[in-house]
Design a protein around this ligand. Structure first.
Ligand code: PSV
Ligand code: MN
Length: 386
């Protein structure tokens, strides 16, 4: 039997950070489609993130990407967020959009380029000081395209050196989250291609360094929940970049492609004690063809649904079946939770918090979309990389 009051309490405290770039225009290398009402500034991205939080009650912070969200006055942006009921969250570095980084950033063969990349990472920590952000999320596009192009091991040494410098700059309570990705943009070697490499670097750095699992960054068929279980067991899971993929790093809405996988991941989170502030639950998505704010709301709801199902797993029954070697019974316990329609439960949870039980309907009725389409004319729309 599961304790429904405890399930509800856990759902009420769940927080999913939304990414500033999800609110801007995005696309593929073939085309970026402009949409009416898209934010033109970091302030307007925060406004949209605040809408998502107001309607879901579950998205209290917004992740920044530097330099996309650079402003002159970080205190003013933080105040703007605070006045709208949200806060500035994880700072994401960007060492992948400068001509100097053709052969990499912190792993580049030229020490001058490596220094430039490290300066950027240190600036990101300065920004965290100003915004009050806890986490610095590092993802490196570094790698090679051809065998022999560069020395694989030397690149690891350069990476370790850069990470050490950044780690030393972290203040009390600040963390370095290292994100891995199988491939892209590099096609032969990637310098942080998997959780093992990320974990090895974090281990050497110290306890403030943790691994980020972006659900779109694995080979097809990878058992992501196993990685999650292992990292939690080692106390090195820093957080998630949730999104869905059918093929590679598709960045579609979390829970859209494979809700069962998201449930399995969330079950390991619950099982491993990861449903807590130590694990940052973030979205990392781009909405190329769908409405951006509703897509973010839908994604937050999908994470909530997967979490609710994970919390509903009858752990005592599961453990009894597992110990008895009752394979089918154990599987049935898990599937019973997955097959539960948790939407009525989540509607109840929202109502108990004074929220509209239907966040998407509430968004449509709120007039926010019409308002931003009317007001946000002129200026330059924000976009992935803009
Ligand atoms: C890289 O593909 C990545 O997942 C990293 O988190 C980046 O910072 C983000 O996407 C940019 O969208
Ligand atoms: Mn990511």
């Amino acid at each position: 039997m599961t304790d429904l009051a405890a399930v509800k309490a856990a759902l009420k405290t769940q927080a999913v950070e939304t990414p500033s770039w999800a609110y801007g225009n995005s696309g593929t290398r073939f085309k970026v489609f402009a949409r009416p009402g898209v934010p033109r500034t970091a302030y307007e991205k925060v406004d949209d993130a605040a809408r998502v939080h107001a309607l879901t009650g579950a998205a209290p912070s917004v992740a920044l990407h530097i330099p996309w969200d650079r402003v002159d006055d970080w205190g003013a942006l933080a105040k703007h967020a605070d006045e709208r009921g949200v806060r500035l969250g994880t700072v994401n570095s960007n060492t992948f959009q400068d001509d100097d980084y053709r052969l990499g950033s912190v792993c580049h063969p030229d020490a001058a380029v490596r220094s430039k990349a490290v300066r950027h990472l240190l600036e990101c920590v300065d920004i965290m000081d100003a915004t009050g952000s806890r986490d610095l999320k590092l993802w490196f596009a570094d790698g090679t395209n051809y065998p022999g192009q560069d020395d694989i091991r030397a690149r690891q040494d350069r990476l370790a050196q850069a990470l050490t410098e950044v780690y030393a700059r972290l203040g009390d309570g600040q963390r370095l989250l290292l994100e891995y990705k199988l491939f892209e943009p590099a096609f032969y070697t990637t310098d942080v291609p998997d959780w093992g490499t990320a974990y090895a670097h974090c281990l050497r750095l110290g306890p403030k360094a943790r691994v980020v699992v972006d659900t779109g960054h694995h080979a097809p068929g990878t058992n992501i929940e196993f990685i999650v279980a292992t990292l939690l067991r080692e106390d090195r899971l820093g957080g998630f970049d949730f999104n869905s993929r059918f093929y590679a790093d598709d960045d579609l809405m979390a829970g859209a492609a494979d809700p069962f996988q998201l449930f399995r991941i969330m079950y390991e989170v619950v099982r491993g004690g990861g449903l807590c502030a130590d694990v940052a639950f973030m979205l990392d998505q781009c909405h190329n063809i769908e409405g951006k704010i509703p897509a973010v709301i839908r994604s937050v709801m999908n994470v909530q649904e997967a979490t609710a199902k994970a919390l509903l797993v009858d752990r005592a029954a599961l453990s009894a079946a597992q110990s008895a070697g009752e394979v089918l019974d154990a599987n049935a316990v898990l599937m019973d939770a997955y097959d539960t329609d948790v939407r009525p439960l989540l509607r109840e949870v929202r109502e108990e918090r004074g929220l509209d039980p239907d966040p998407l309907g509430a968004y449509r009725r709120s007039g926010w979309q019409q308002r931003i389409e009317t007001e946000r004319v002129g200026g330059e729309q924000a976009g992935w990389g803009a």
